[in-house]
Every structure is written in C-alpha cells, then in structure tokens.
Design a protein around this ligand. Structure first.
Ligand code: GLU
Length: 313
C-alpha cells in the first residue's frame, strides 16, 4: 500500500508552502487508496517547542487534512515526535558507523563559511574534508577545547534515481554532496539520519517534499541502501514564490495560517493550491475529497510557481 507522510519542522506557524507540500503528499496517497502519517520533526526541541507542533496540528485540522496515524494521536509507529526517538537513532547510528567511516569534526559553521562559498540552497558549504584523517593525538588535543560533531565520509559512488517530478537525477557523492554531519556536537542526530530511520521504520514508500530538499536525497538513498532498507519513491515539488519571484519564508507573516484563517475558508486555500499544482484550470473552491478524486502527478509543474497578488488580501 502507498504510504506517504508529512514531516514538518515546527519552528513557526504553518505557511502556504508547508500546506502545499502537505496537500500534495495527502492527495497523492489518497488518490491511490493509500495511507498518510504525520511526523513532527522536532529534533531540536529548543527551536521546535511542543506548543508550535500543537498549533500546527490545529491548523491542519482547520484545513480538514486528516492523517491515518501520527502527531498527537499516535499510532502503530509511535512516537511520531523525532525528539522522542533518540534511542532509535542511536542504534542505527552505530549500524552506520560499522558500515561506513565516521569521524569527529571540529569545524565551526563560521570557519567553513569563511573558507568556501555556499554550495547548498540552505547556505551550507561543501565540506572540504578538513578533519578527515586527523591523527588520534590531534583529535584528543582538540577535544579538550571543543566537542566534535560526527561526519560520515561518503564513498566514491554515484547515486542515480528518477524523481517523480524532477526526472532523472545523478549525484557523485564526494563532489555533489560531500562528507555530511550525522550527529551534531551537542549530541542531536542530524536530519539526514533521522529522516531515513523514520521513513524506513514507518514503512513510508512515497516521499513528497519541496524541491529544495532534492540535494539531500542522494545522501539519504545511500543511507537507505547502506542500512538495507527499501528506498521510497520521491516527488520533489516546486516551491511557491511571491508575486515578485522570492521564495516564501517563514517571516512572511501575511501567508501564515494565522493570517490566512482570518481571510479565507479551507476550500479557498485548497482550491488555490490545487490550481497552483496544475490540478484545476483556475482558482476556485474545491474540497479535499474532490481533489483526491482527480489528483494526477503528471499535471504538477516542475518549475516553481508564483502566487497571485490576491492572496495578500
Ligand atoms: N522536516 C523537513 C522540513 O520541514 C522536511 C523533511 C522531509 O520532508 O524530508 O523542511
């Protein structure tokens, strides 16, 4: 059975871009008679407190988006809060450490940024390998001054896959992804590990998410393969742009759900997003059931889509 998920990081109020992702993930599995779960990606509880996660669930409820399992309702794969799954990550971390090379890294974000230009869309740089192969004495010496993060040394390998929207993708891990952090210096496991562990354990076989995460996918596929877990299908959806062509940001308060709930009905928002996803010819009210009945991936555009001015009220 198709099993999808919506996996938001609750670091602010849900905005239109998050809802676009939730809606397409939901409509895709529902149009195929599948299941969808809600996973709260609150690895960093300081930035993602439970109150924001609760607000997020209440916004999803207002939209009428219901989940077969997950969130505060729980289910067969609970807990669905990543902050409560550390022991699972710890176990799999040791499994990865047996299968791959993991090394301590003392580099600060600032020093990496000072040395190289950003390579990834979230501003990260491609890791230049500074701490790879440090002799044990040097590691001991540095540990006196700074706790290290753990990085995985990626193998000399090319990962190829076909994305349901973006088409054929091929990445040579050392050049396109680089050695990646699997555990932060403060002990928190990185997104790359947690997402693979959870999608694997929760039986997710369809991943729908923003195009900005496409660059993480080769690493995740490599982790799935290393752990011997089946690789899901991927659909990296276009991003929403404001009428000037800027990516939506969490700071754009006019487009978060607290503002939108005051101006629109759920069917208006679902209709707008269904229109932007190429499912209906113009922006008009539509229900979730109607959307699930007509949903087709072939109609979803590959390029980013512009929001109409009228959304701002
Ligand atoms: N938690 C991530 C986010 O909110 C999404 C992760 C994923 O879908 O793989 O950006």
């Amino acid at each position: 059975m198709e099993t999808g998920r919506f996996a938001p990081t609750p670091s602010g109020r849900l905005h239109l871009g998050n809802i676009f992702c939730a809606l397409l993930a939901w409509a895709s599995v529902k149009s195929q008679g599948g299941r969808i779960l809600l996973r709260i990606e609150d690895l960093d509880l300081e930035r993602s407190p439970r109150a924001i996660a609760d607000q997020l669930e209440s916004d999803l409820q207002w939209l009428g988006l219901t989940f077969d399992e997950g969130g505060s309702s729980g289910g067969p794969h609970q807990p669905y809060y990543q902050s409560e799954r550390f022991e699972l990550y710890e176990g799999i971390f040791h499994q990865v450490a047996k299968a791959a090379e993991i090394y301590p890294c003392f580099c600060s974000r600032a020093s990496l940024h000072a040395a190289s230009a950003p390579h990834f869309s979230d501003g990260r740089v491609l890791y230049p390998g500074t701490c790879y192969g440090l002799p044990p004495e040097a590691v001991q010496e540095r540990k006196k001054h700074r706790l290290p993060a753990c990085r995985v040394h990626v193998p000399d390998k090319t990962i190829s896959f076909t994305d349901g929207i973006q088409g054929d993708v091929s990445a040579y891990l050392p050049r396109d992804c680089g050695d990646f952090v699997i555990r932060r210096a403060d002990g928190i496991f990185a997104y790359q590990l947690a997402v693979v562990v959870d999608d694997g354990l929760m039986g997710v076989n369809q991943v729908v998410r923003g195009r900005d995460l496409l660059e993480s996918t080769p690493i995740q596929i490599w982790l799935f393969e290393t752990l011997g877990v089946p690789v899901p299908e991927f659909y990296h959806i276009p991003l929403l742009l404001d009428p000037k062509g800027n990516r939506l940001s969490k700071r754009d308060a006019a487009l978060d759900l607290s503002a939108l709930r005051g101006r629109f009905l759920p069917e208006d928002i679902i209709g707008l997003l269904a229109f932007l996803a190429g499912q209906i010819p113009k922006w008009e009210k539509i229900t979730l059931t109607e959307l699930a009945g007509m949903f087709q991936w072939e109609k979803v555009p590959k390029d980013d889509v512009f929001l109409p001015e009228s959304i701002y009220g």
